[in-house]
Design a protein around this ligand. Structure first.
Ligand SMILES: [Zn+2]
Ligand SMILES: [Zn+2]
Length: 180
């Protein structure tokens, strides 16, 4: 799917070709370790240049991914774009800086680089929205959909003390002075 033939480009110095590719990608682990699902075909806008000693490939990757929010664990959909640059040598064994680069075969598969660039484009801690309230740490209620009662009780210690006092008085049967 992300494989192109460069057999002719390899023999065409200074030439540049552009390839618009798309395809499916299996779910893969994101930067936080959680599984990332691809919800629509991944698009790759690739340009490959014959730079004389090597082929120079630049890819722009866009995908619609399904992530789970790190606060409320809810599933949400996000659009993400990644980028990669790779060199494939035509002659010699290394580039100008002496870095080893792979030999350019007649066909090059970019799938690995597509996935890698997507992983790099994703957040370490995905959030369904900037101000996601997350889950109540006591009862697990999704606080985006409404407050739970334990949050009010335990969230503000002062309220809880007042409530205890009040119920204490009532329990004593005296009737509070504040009652009207
Ligand atoms: Zn969330
Ligand atoms: Zn709660």
């Amino acid at each position: 799917m992300f494989t192109i033939s460069v057999a002719r480009l390899k023999n065409a110095p200074a030439e540049q070709r552009r390839y618009l590719l798309s395809g499916g990608v299996e779910p893969f682990p994101g930067p936080g370790g959680e599984l990332v699902r691809i919800l629509a075909p991944v698009e790759l806008d690739l340009s490959v240049t014959n730079a004389g000693d090597f082929l120079w490939a630049v890819g722009e990757v866009s995908a619609t991914v399904g992530l789970s929010c790190s606060r409320c664990i809810g599933e949400y959909t996000a659009r993400t774009t990644g980028r990669f640059e790779e060199k494939y040598r035509l002659h010699g064994g290394a580039d100008e800086e002496g870095n080893e680069i792979p030999y350019a075969a007649d066909e090059i598969d970019f799938t690995e680089h597509v996935i890698e660039s997507l992983v790099l484009s994703l957040p370490m801690k995905p959030l369904c929205k900037e101000n996601c309230l997350g889950l109540c740490q006591y009862c697990g209620q999704d606080l985006n959909t409404g407050d739970c009662s334990c949050r009010v009780d335990k969230g503000d210690p002062r309220l809880s003390v007042l409530k205890d006092l009040f119920t204490g008085k009532e329990g004593g049967g005296g009737g509070g002075g504040t009652e009207k």
